[in-house]
Design a protein around this ligand. Structure first.
Ligand code: RVP
Length: 498
């Protein structure tokens, strides 16, 4: 007979944290949100740690290079989506690895033979008033001069005037050589009262501009996560089909960590994919696996050699796997069971394998709960899809700004590899929907509020680190009537009346 688990499987909404003693030392500034990303042995440290316990979902509508840069600057990590060609995924990884805080590739460029009229059109189109003048009009051409709005007078100067006649020519420009540090570039900017400093290679080709304002931005990101070369960290999704080609290409491009992207990871396909990594790269290449929802799934992937394990089936906001296939488990219950399995595995083997709670986070306090229940970090799609930095369109729908957000199992993404059960490759039925999420503004602003809430809750619970929270906090289940008690109730809300 089938094994029937009578314990109800539960979601984050059904729990609350109970405050512990808050001492004077429990202030948000004293809270450390650092967390291990990958497996480590007792007494050692993980090779990669995150400064905030958040990663963005392996999804077309969430994790491209833009979001990856923005999130790594704040101390989290993105996994660039794998449902695209190897070439374009590699390109996104390279953009993140090539990103140098404060060094930006010139986005408005022109040749000396163009005219003032062209400069004005370029400014209108790109919004940039600093223009690189290069021999071929590209961002990496030979630098011949520079134009800023101080070089011409709109309405007074003849629009047909050639750029070469009013640009600041190369000979008069202050430039820096590639390889200069950001702080040295900033010193030049200050000493010479510049707004922008061109950085060139030995052949006089334009590489970057350093803008005065960007230096100020970069010193505002103290939690940024970088590798030994000070490049931002980035993850990449892989699948269990083309991994023999995709993994070497991503490793070559500099991806710091990989993750097998699948809705159901308790499979021999995942074991084979991990084996490929171990046979070809030993422990040098880091690879996470999943998703699982119970102890057995965790142990299988742990033994297969996964560097971290993702937990969650069917809880994603755009996910309809539970309705379509009838598989899954309430996210809180799945997480609690897998966290216990991880701790036991650590006790028995001395290997600590971090776990990631993936999907189903709605309220900010759900994040704190998931971390308290044992997640080392959280993967979110809907949360990040709402921000300026996500790759999808911002639209005005019914008078409100929204961003598009679609599941990897939707017809739009056509990521059949994520739902692969062997056999011929195509999407047999949808496991995800295409949707809108409310537009929320910039990642940094929202993250600051979210992290502020997590830290404030940790202060209430009397803990200063995630590890301490996982060992010390008390969590209570709540009845459906007490959930009603938790919101505003028995009052007439003013905004509803206006
Ligand atoms: P959420 O944060 O609740 O939006 O969930 C995001 C998660 O949902 C992803 O990390 C992934 O595990 C899952 N997902 C992605 N696509 C689909 C689908 O189409 N069913 N599900």
């Amino acid at each position: 007979m089938a094994q029937i688990i009578n314990e109800v499987s539960r979601t984050f909404n059904e729990y609350l944290l109970i405050p512990g003693l808050t001492t004077k030392a429990h202030t948000p500034d004293n809270i450390n949100l650092e967390t291990p990303l990958v497996k480590f042995k007792k007494g050692e440290r993980a090779r990669i740690s995150l400064n905030i316990p958040l990663v963005s979902a392996i999804m077309q509508s969430v994790s491209d290079s833009g979001l990856a840069i923005a999130l790594a600057k704040q101390g989290g990590l993105s996994f660039i989506f794998s449902s695209q060609s190897i070439e374009s995924q590699v390109n996104m990884v390279e953009i993140v690895k090539g990103y140098k805080a404060g060094f930006v590739e010139s986005r408005a460029n022109i040749t000396p033979e163009h005219t003032l009229k062209d400069i004005l059109a370029l400014k209108e189109k790109t919004g940039f008033s600093t223009v690189g003048v290069t021999d071929d009009g590209t961002a990496s051409g030979r630098l011949l001069g520079m134009v800023t709005s101080r070089d011409y007078r709109v309405g007074k100067d003849n629009e047909h005037k050639k750029v070469k006649d009013f640009m600041t020519a190369f000979e008069s420009l202050i430039v820096a050589q590639d390889g200069i540090s950001l702080s040295a570039a900033n010193d030049i900017i200050w000493e010479n009262k510049l707004n922008a400093l061109p950085v060139i290679d030995p052949d006089q080709h334009l590489k970057y501009f350093v803008f005065r304002k960007d230096y100020e931005n970069s010193i505002q990101n103290p939690h940024e996560i970088t590798d030994a070369e000070k490049q931002l960290l980035v993850g990449a999704g892989v699948n269990t089909r083309d991994y023999k080609e995709r993994i070497p290409a991503l490793v070559n491009a500099g991806a710091d960590v990989l993750c097998i992207d699948s809705s159901d990871g308790f499979s021999e396909w995942q074991k084979e994919t991990i084996r490929f990594v171990r046979e070809n790269y030993g422990n040098e290449v880091l690879i996470g696996a999943g998703n699982v929802v119970d102890k057995e799934g965790f142990l299988y992937l742990a033994e297969a050699g996964a560097d971290f394990i993702k937990v969650g089936i069917g809880g994603g906001s755009i996910c309809i796997t539970r309705e379509q296939k009838g598989i899954g488990r309430g996210q809180a219950t799945a997480l609690i069971e897998v966290a216990a399995a991880r701790d036991k595995y650590f006790e028995e083997t001395g290997n600590y394998i971090p776990i990631c709670s993936d999907g189903g986070i709605v309220q900010d306090y759900h994040m704190t709960l998931a971390l308290a229940m044992g997640a080392n970090f959280l993967m979110m799609g809907r949360y990040f899809a709402r921000f300026d930095e996500s790759p999808t369109r911002k639209l005005l729908v019914g008078g409100n700004y929204v961003k598009e957000y679609w599941g990897e199992g939707s017809n739009r993404a056509r990521n059949w590899e994520r739902y692969d059960m062997g056999g011929s490759g195509n999407l047999k039925f949808e496991e995800g929907v295409d949707s809108y999420v409310p537009y929320a503004g910039s990642l940094k602003e929202n993250l600051d509020i979210t992290l502020g809430k997590i830290k404030s809750t940790m202060c209430s619970c009397g803990v200063l680190s995630l590890e301490e929270m996982q060992s010390n906090v008390k969590i209570t289940m709540v009845s459906s009537t007490s959930i009603i008690e938790g919101g505003a109730h028995d009052v007439i809300l003013k905004e509803m009346n206006s």
